[in-house]
Design a protein around this ligand. Structure first.
Ligand code: HEC
Ligand code: HEC
Length: 204
């Protein structure tokens, strides 16, 4: 049995630790820092390496093709049935994306996957990832003229929260999720923006 004064000491010590933890947490959040996380901070270039691998994974690449046809599957083959980007990214008359794609995945492999507002980027701003090397894609993504007039914060917001991006980690039956864990990607996005969206050619 532990004598009463010892219990008191322990309780006081525990309260102190709790108090200090709460204080530190409050400081971190009020200074605008990102919340605590398990992954180490990365330099902008190491963070971009992670982001690039995600952007080039089939789940993302398939909607960011070089041509006007979306791509399908892990081999990124042209979408069957002559599906095209169309005048605003939502397909052509009679073959609109939402004719087949719903706002959620269907329950069998090879049925259309889905997420809210399933479509390709607009033809005036096609946001092509296919065939872009590490340097070219980085420059494109941080250039407001080519990324849809997005600030770094808005770009991060899109990559952290857009339903079409999140779908990559929940792609439905028969399709592999993006091979990089989502928390690793999210942390890399934070670090890239914190590192002023540094690109491979910046140092020389
Ligand atoms: C179903 C198609 C689709 C999928 C899948 C998709 N995207 Fe996109 N993405 C778009 C469209 C369309 C836009 C243009 C913005 C808009 O119209 O919503 C876009 C824009 C972007 C942008 C540019 C930011 C901006 O708002 O201009 C980034 C970065 C991006 N996507 C990353 C990803 C990543 C990462 C994945 C995979 C995890 C992914 N996308 C999967 C359709 C898709
Ligand atoms: C006639 C129906 C139909 C239309 C219209 C259609 N799709 Fe699909 N789509 C499908 C089916 C079915 C699949 C699943 C193919 C499979 O997994 O074998 C699919 C798969 C996809 C995939 C592959 C996802 C992945 O990563 O493997 C993308 C991307 C896609 N569609 C984009 C679009 C876009 C963008 C539009 C509009 C421009 C569109 N689709 C219009 C039926 C359609």
């Amino acid at each position: 049995m532990i004598p009463a004064p010892k219990i008191l000491v322990r309780v006081t010590a525990a309260l102190l630790v709790l108090g200090v933890t709460a204080f530190v947490a409050a400081c971190a959040s009020s200074s605008g820092d990102a919340p605590a996380r398990d992954t180490p901070r990365l330099s902008a270039s190491a963070a971009w390496d992670v982001i690039y691998d995600v952007l080039q994974s089939p789940r993302c690449l398939n909607c960011h093709p070089a041509g006007d046809t979306p791509l399908v599957g892990d081999e990124s083959l042209p979408h069957p049935q002559n599906v095209r980007r169309g005048p605003n990214g939502s397909g052509v008359f009679g073959m609109r994306c939402d004719t087949c794609h719903q706002d959620r995945n269907l329950s069998d492999a090879h049925l259309p996957p889905g997420a809210p507002n399933w479509h390709l980027p607009h033809p005036a701003l096609p946001l092509i990832f296919e065939g872009r090397d590490k340097s070219a894609l980085c420059e494109q993504l941080r250039d407001p003229a080519r990324n849809g007039r997005k600030s770094p914060a808005q770009l991060a917001e899109h990559m952290l929260h857009d339903p079409l991006v999140l779908w990559g980690w929940d792609p439905g039956p028969g399709r592999a999720a993006v091979p990089i864990p989502r928390e690793v990607f999210d942390a890399a996005v934070e670090d890239w923006v914190a590192g002023d969206c540094g690109c491979p050619d910046d140092d020389g």
